[in-house]
Design a protein around this ligand. Sequence first.
Ligand SMILES: C[S@@+](CC[C@H](N)C(=O)[O-])C[C@H]1O[C@@H](n2cnc3c(N)ncnc32)[C@H](O)[C@@H]1O
Length: 198
Amino acid sequence: MIEKLLTSMRGYAHENYVPIVRPETERILCSIIEKIKPKRMLELGAAIGYSAISFSRYIADDGIIITVERDEQRAAMARRNIAEANLTGKIRLIEDDALTLLRSMDNKVDIIFLDADKSHYIEYYEDCLRLLSDDGIIIADNVLFAGLVEKEGEVEHKHRTIVTNLRLFIKTVQADERVTSELLKTEDGIMIIRKKRK
Ligand SMILES: C[S@@+](CC[C@H](N)C(=O)[O-])C[C@H]1O[C@@H](n2cnc3c(N)ncnc32)[C@H](O)[C@@H]1O
């Protein structure tokens, strides 16, 4: 039943230009989530609820995914999809700005999935670390931004801020002695960040 809904959501997203997690990235993330079995997961950027519904299959039985979306229409559609999947007890959708939500949160989370505005990952980073449980991980999607982040030479004006900020995000994480990180070049680039054991 969930698989059928996910297939129809993927079709809707494709037809309506709603950006959702890419297939290979989805598979990698699902297998990471299945291993960790998080009790609390936070997603920044719900869109129509596709990834939250997909990930919910692998969290702990009593686990919860908190997901935030600032676009009113997408949030409404995500709410409908979550209800249709019978997952209102497992996925809490919040219609708000990601940074506002992050700054208001105190309880620790086991996985944070960064998938909202790519140029703000750098701003989300410190609050994500503050909220992350000791064994937790941060997963940031699209960090290579269609290859532009690693491409040499001039970046088109319309992409300059996002590329500059993603480069800064990657550099900051890689230089941060509190964490270890790996950058997977799969699809649009996935960064996985773990806190170092004390
Ligand atoms: C790539 S889509 C999310 C896709 C979703 N995670 C999935 O795979 O099904 C990014 C979403 O983040 C939302 N977004 C962007 N900036 C945001 C912000 N500052 N706060 C909340 N949502 C934001 C956008 O409206 C968009 O729907």
